[in-house]
Ligand binder design. Structure first.
Ligand SMILES: Nc1nc2c(ncn2[C@@H]2O[C@H](COP(=O)(O)OP(=O)(O)OP(=O)(O)O)[C@@H](O)[C@H]2O)c(=O)[nH]1
Ligand SMILES: [Mg+2]
Ligand SMILES: [Zn+2]
Length: 230
């Protein structure tokens, strides 16, 4: 992820879930810290928000020092795949790590978005012996994940939730909640959003029809109650 206009913690949490749901150990690589004045603050915000078990590193993707920073993950036998939006520097980093010649592209002024320079995946050999896969920037994706994957990616929330007073606590207004106030509020909102998404994706058309008619009935009852009051 870029520390420029690309920086988005909710999106990062999605990427982390994607990696973890496939059994891939994620490493957060922050690029472009050299281009902005609030790089330290953004990096600190990220580190405070995600579980400490996930490594976070900062690189200038064009500099050879980036290879030193990533050395723990580029030894023989390891395979890396670079994921991230267009323009964050995946191909630039591939060139630095593997002495490759991937095309790189300039980003748009204003929103720092890339132009989808890379259009196919390719595998390159790093000096340390690892393989690195450069990929096209992701445009948008639906998580191919289930509730268990969301729970695993947000393990900090699940672990704290075990201490909530109510076992079905939604970490909203309930008294005795062990999550609210401890986990970053936006991380908690993103967790609920992703849960809703995977539940919706898992629902069969029949489930959805049943859900819709349930709401229709509830709405009708609410309307009737409101009218009765008048
Ligand atoms: N200043 C600075 N520029 C960077 C850094 N990383 C990448 N860039 C520049 O950002 C632009 C986009 O880099 P790319 O490597 O093409 O990005 P990408 O992630 O491969 O993008 P797609 O192939 O479109 O998905 C290039 O002009 C790079 O030189 C960095 O850490 N600092
Ligand atoms: Mg590229
Ligand atoms: Zn709770």
């Amino acid at each position: 992820m870029g520390l420029d206009g690309d920086f988005n913690l909710r999106r990062l949490e999605r990427y982390l879930m994607l990696a973890q749901s496939c059994g891939v150990a994620p490493v957060v690589v922050l690029t472009k810290g050299d281009l902005v004045h609030d790089a330290d603050a953004k990096a600190a915000q990220l580190v405070a928000r995600i579980p400490a078990s996930i490594p976070v590193v900062r690189v200038h993707a064009l500099e050879s020092r980036a290879a030193d920073v990533l050395a723990p993950w580029t030894t023989a036998g390891q395979t890396l795949v670079l994921l991230g939006s267009s323009g964050v520097g995946k191909s630039t980093l591939t060139n630095t790590l593997a002495d490759a010649h991937q095309d790189t592209g300039r980003v748009r002024k204003g929103d720092d978005r890339g132009r989808h320079t890379t259009t196919s995946r390719s595998l390159h050999l790093c000096a340390g012996g690892a393989c690195v896969i450069d990929t096209p920037g992701l445009r948008a994706w639906q998580p191919d994940a289930d509730e268990e994957d969301v729970g695993a990616a947000f393990g900090d929330i699940d672990a704290l939730a075990a201490h909530c007073r109510f076992h079905d606590c939604t970490h909203g207004e309930e008294p005795g909640c062990a999550v609210r106030g401890v986990v970053d509020a936006d991380r908690l909102r993103n967790y609920h959003k992703l849960l809703r998404e995977v539940r919706h994706a898992a629902a069969t058309p029949l489930d959805r029809i049943a859900e819709r008619s349930k709401w229709k009935v509830l709405n009708r009852m609410a309307k009737a109650r409101a009218q009765a009051k008048r």
